[in-house]
Design a protein around this ligand. Structure first.
Ligand code: NAG
Length: 328
């Protein structure tokens, strides 16, 4: 039994390596992503190189743009993507963190390619977001829970109105199960064709680092507080969505909720994902495996957890169970 415990504890560092975006899909083509634990030599992909499955733990970390130093790969590729088409990012399976928002950004590169352009020099605008979809902060259904329910993937529509050109697309999930918040952003290079003429307005544009602050309400949300048991509003971090800024192209800030089907919602531009009052809760029932895996991942942040959760995690008799869960 003791050796089982030791084995379970020894295996934890791997378990705590959480992951990121491993591949993309657009118009029927699958693009394999960068493999952060393989040698960079010879890797050729549309994804920007990244180096770790570990979360970024500060909103102002220098790697917050693309989970690396911001540079392109030696054999960097670019995908051609039609404006108005859907692009899907796939995280590693099964993504373990169901509490927190999903966000997608674009940044246009100067010149004729993004290759060689440092991501930290770009101005980003948000084209998709999903925060607390239903329920309360403490026990609600979140964008990231929906991502898990969608085969650990997230689909965003490239707005038909963005100008054609070369862009980085940045998919991000933020996990709030422990504090500080955990950021998981990765980027890919795309060339948008057939675009429109609605450039993002100044108030929609941000830098990474810069877009977030460690004191943003949406990044300091305590899921385990008393207020969280009744609070149903979550403020998604970052700038106003593309199309909703106060620039010269004002659009209505209130879309009709009745046009929103579960499949449509994730990929369209809404001012706020809190905007799905009638949305069915597709999957409120988490499998036992995911339930336990989640708590296992929480070991890292256990000092933030309430006593009840802590006692389960730290109860020695649960160690054998954890080991079994590690092996399945
Ligand atoms: C689920 O995602 C994996 C990639 O993680 C992909 O290979 C597979 O085709 C997806 N399954 C479905 C049903 O979309």
């Amino acid at each position: 039994m003791l050796s089982l415990v030791a084995l379970a504890v020894a295996a934890l560092p791997q378990v705590l390596a959480h992951g990121g975006v491993l591949s993309y899909e657009n118009a029927g083509t699958v693009y394999q992503g960068w493999a952060p634990y393989n040698s960079p030599v010879g890797q050729t992909t549309i994804q920007r190189p990244w180096s770790t499955y570990n979360p970024i733990l500060s909103a102002t970390d220098p790697t917050i743009a693309c989970n690396d130093d911001g540079t392109s790969g030696a054999l960097q590729l670019t995908a051609t993507v039609a404006a108005g088409s859907d692009i899907t990012a796939y995280w590693n399976q099964v993504w373990p963190h169901p509490y927190g928002p999903m966000l997608t950004y674009l940044a246009q590169c100067p010149g004729s390619t993004c290759t060689g352009v440092n991501a930290n020099t770009l101005k980003w605008f948000k084209i998709d977001e999903s925060g607390l979809i239903s329920g309360t902060i403490g026990d609600g259904y979140w964008g990231s829970g929906k991502m898990i329910d969608q085969n650990s993937s997230w689909t965003t529509t490239v707005p038909a109105t963005v100008p054609s050109g070369n862009y980085l697309i940045r998919f991000e999930t933020i996990a709030l199960h422990s504090l500080p918040a955990q950021f998981y952003p990765e980027c890919a290079q795309i060339q948008i064709t057939g675009g429109g003429s609605r450039a993002p307005t100044a108030d929609e544009l941000v830098s990474f680092p810069g877009a977030y602050s460690n004191t943003d309400p949406g990044l300091t949300t305590d899921l385990y507080s008393n207020e969280a048991k009744t609070e149903t509003t979550y403020i998604i971090p970052g700038p106003p969505l593309y199309g909703s800024g106060t620039g010269r192209h004002n659009t209505p800030t209130t879309p009709s909720p009745h046009v929103c089907s579960p499949h449509v919602c994730s990929s369209h531009v809404y001012p706020s994902s809190n905007f799905h009052p009638k949305r069915p809760r597709c999957s409120q029932v988490r499998s036992m495996r995911r339930f336990w895996l989640h708590w296992l991942y929480d070991l890292r942040g256990r000092k933030y957890l309430p006593e009840a959760k802590r006692s389960v995690i730290l109860n020695p008799s649960s160690k054998a169970l954890e080991l079994i869960l590690l092996l399945i």
